[in-house]
Design a protein around this ligand. Structure first.
Ligand SMILES: O=C(O)C(=O)C[C@H](O)[C@H](O)COP(=O)(O)O
Length: 212
């Protein structure tokens, strides 16, 4: 089995929404993780889009043990190695390349690769995957796309991400082939920059209360 489905499911079913965050310092990452955990959100995807991301993953793993901190925007085998070394508990990629899938196969950290078309989904089934990110969800067909492919790909379940907010999240969570969604709306840039952790905790609590 290419994908550690059991562990990935534990991580993704911990809550209906996995926050996708970009942090400017490790300390900011720790504060943000604490604010999310206070609102009942434990699994957090720290994207490798900022220079501070790997340090933040390391710092969150040490300082916020209740959090399950993963790495997002993992595009290359090197980034996968770096994220694993930093203590990432799961790996998320917007897509999938053969190189990345090969690297994931020899890693003990569960991987959530992205797919966007029927052919990509078929390729991922051939690779042994059952749980996929669907990215960018809202822009490539949204909940209607996932509803139409459910009978064609009954073995697959999804974490749609991209363009999801509190206004449309229920459309996704009501689908049987959706485990959870990813979204950045729990950590608004302005609130994070201002250190307004109460707002983050409030948004996290609202998201945690949604039913998957
Ligand atoms: O960096 C990645 O690996 C991504 O997949 C991108 C993120 O998932 C989206 O940026 C989140 O989408 P929004 O909630 O619309 O902000």
């Amino acid at each position: 089995m290419a994908q550690n489905t059991k562990r990935l499911l534990e991580i993704l079913t911990a809550q209906p929404v996995v926050p996708v965050v970009a942090v400017s310092t490790a300390a900011e990452g720790v504060d943000l993780a604490r604010a999310l955990v206070a609102g009942g959100i434990r699994s957090i995807e720290v994207t490798l889009r900022t220079p501070a991301a790997l340090d933040a993953i390391r710092a969150i793993s040490e300082a916020v043990p209740e959090a399950i901190c993963g790495a997002g925007t993992v595009l290359t085998p090197k980034q996968l190695d770096q994220a694993e070394a930093a203590g990432a508990k799961f790996i998320v990629s917007p897509g999938a390349t053969m190189e990345l899938l090969d690297a994931a196969r020899s890693s003990s950290v569960p991987m959530l690769p992205g797919s966007a078309t029927a052919s990509e989904l078929m390729a991922m089934i051939e690779e042994g995957y059952e749980i996929l990110k669907f990215f960018p969800a809202q822009q490539i067909g949204g909940a209607a796309f996932l509803r139409s492919i459910a009978p064609v790909f009954p073995s697959l379940r999804f974490c749609p991400t991209g363009g999801i907010s509190i206004d449309n999240v229920r459309d996704y969570l009501s689908l049987p082939n959706v485990i959870c969604v990813g979204g950045s709306w729990l950590a608004p840039k302005a609130a994070v920059a201002a250190g307004d952790w109460d707002t983050v905790t409030r948004l996290a609590r609202e998201a945690a209360a949604l039913s998957a």
